[in-house]
Design a protein around this ligand. Structure first.
Ligand code: SAM
Length: 285
């Protein structure tokens, strides 16, 4: 099945209804756009835009699917160029064209292209934003090189929600766990080193690598409250184990922190999440 066929197929399967909602795959394109605009992920993304590029005007959204982000950037007043190789009205450029028309937006242009092949001049955009698309790169170095090339000097490249694997075995585990891989077979992931090397080779500076638990941008649709509850309950369980071994001294702040330091114990463990998601804040030098 193609990606477009996969999404149309899972829409009718009750076991995928939560995924359809949380991944913004509803048939009602406007509903997806509204849900995304209200998400904590989008609010956090806008904060990053404001922090690193407060006066940004021109935004390039690469691999923008059905337009949830590109359309919302346009609704926020940015001048948006949207690049998406898939032509479909379901999850591709066709969907963004429909939204543009129905919302009467004049500040968004849509281009059917791969990131590796974008046709914009050098030093053109204030921000290049890539959501869940970089890990699909046909050629990661070329993909990022193009994103950096079209950015103005000191422009912001924000790549978000990309799958990270530690090695080939970890990749196999991720691919076999992915709920849609069995239908369309198009999933992929890279190591953190591969992403970081590609940014460096493209002449950009990595300001922050946001690991899975560092930002709601990654762990959404889980909430920050849910993550905090998980952290506390894991910590409590581990402390109980230590108390069983050492007695009540394990409750002492210093003893507990020393234990965490020496044993490298972390209450939030991303290794148990297949293809855990990372984001990168990158600036063109
Ligand atoms: C998981 S979807 C994410 C779509 C959208 N950014 C979102 O977050 O909803 C990945 C998107 O990347 C696009 N894509 C795949 N390979 C690409 C490439 N080499 N360059 C640009 N986009 C690509 C796909 O067509 C797809 O729309």
């Amino acid at each position: 099945m193609t990606w477009d066929e996969t999404i149309r197929y899972i829409r009718i399967l009750p076991e995928h209804s939560v995924l359809v909602e949380k991944a913004y795959f509803d048939e009602d394109l406007h509903l997806n756009v509204r849900r995304f605009s209200e998400s904590d992920e989008f609010k956090e993304t806008l904060k990053i835009f404001k922090k690193y590029k407060p006066n940004a005007s021109k935004v390039l959204d690469v691999g923008c699917g059905n337009g949830i982000s590109a359309i919302n950037f346009a609704l926020k007043g940015y001048n948006v160029s949207a690049v998406e190789p898939d032509k479909s009205d379901t999850v591709g450029a066709g969907a963004i064209k429909l939204l543009k028309e129905e919302l009467n937006l004049e500040n968004i242009e849509i281009f059917e292209d791969f990131a590796e092949n974008i046709n914009f001049p050098n030093n053109f955009f204030d921000v290049v934003y890539v959501r869940q698309a970089m890990h699909h790169a046909n050629n990661l170095d070329k993909f990022i090189k193009e994103c950096v090339r079209v950015l103005k000097p000191s422009g912001l490249l924000l790549t978000i929600r990309d799958h990270v694997i530690y090695n080939e075995k970890d990749k196999e585990w991720f691919l076999s766990s992915h709920p849609l891989q069995k239908y369309y077979g198009g999933e992929n992931a890279f190591t953190s080193i591969e992403y970081k090397n590609a940014f460096k080779k493209a002449g950009a500076k990595i300001i922050k690598e946001l690991k899975y638990f560092d930002s709601i941008i990654n762990y959404f649709p889980a909430t920050t409250k849910e993550v905090l509850i998980l952290k506390n309950s894991n910590e409590l369980r581990q402390k109980k184990k230590l108390i069983n071994k050492l007695g009540s001294i394990a409750n002492n702040w210093l003893v507990w922190n020393l234990y965490c330091l020496l044993s490298s114990y972390k209450p939030l463990n991303e290794t148990t999440i297949p293809g855990r998601i990372y984001s990168y804040i990158v600036i063109k030098k």
